[in-house]
Design a protein around this ligand. Sequence first.
Ligand SMILES: Cc1cc2nc3c(=O)[nH]c(=O)nc-3n(C[C@H](O)[C@H](O)[C@H](O)COP(=O)(O)O)c2cc1C
Length: 194
Amino acid sequence: MNASIIDFMLARKSAPIHELSEPGPGEDDIATMIRIASRVPDHGRLAPWRFILYRGDARHAIGEKLAELAERREGPLSDARRDQERTRFSRAPLVIGVVSSPKENPKIPEWEMFLSGGMAAMNLIVAANALGYGANLITNWYSGLEEGRAILGLAPHEKVVGFVHIGTHSGEIMERPRPDPAALVSDYSGPWQG
Ligand SMILES: Cc1cc2nc3c(=O)[nH]c(=O)nc-3n(C[C@H](O)[C@H](O)[C@H](O)COP(=O)(O)O)c2cc1C
């Protein structure tokens, strides 16, 4: 048994995005995180996901476009709201977009490909934490809109799995209430009776 991995997994939690600061991961750490993120169950070995790095000035350019999109949809934004949209991608030093990019396949359903993307995202978060960074996955309003996804670089057939914000976190992360594992598990007791 590897007790340190067990302890690490039992304590894992997401850091608030606004508390993620420089330094963010460099090239070597990013390469390690992507290798770990792509080492996940993947029915048919389709690699039905990809990763987009948002860093540097690109994060600010995206914020401007998201603010414009929000304004087109909702009318004039308050200053606070505009600032919120403009800084969506520039709070942490690095955001990695986990994108579900389904492949044509006669046997593997698209929902399995999407689930594989969720596994890639979870591995990415764990890898970031193991390298010493804080991380937090969010989707937010723009992920549910084709125009929003296009701003973020996704093709029309692709879906957002999540945007993983990554940076240095110092201090404690507050624990949130966790489900009671005992309430989630049961022994199999036969087919569903309705
Ligand atoms: C698919 C998905 C999308 C999420 N989107 C958002 C979001 O848009 N905004 C938000 O505040 N939290 C969002 N969350 C929740 C954050 O990831 C949250 O910080 C996290 O669940 C904290 O749990 P943890 O400490 O166990 O990682 C999302 C979670 C998932 C799984």
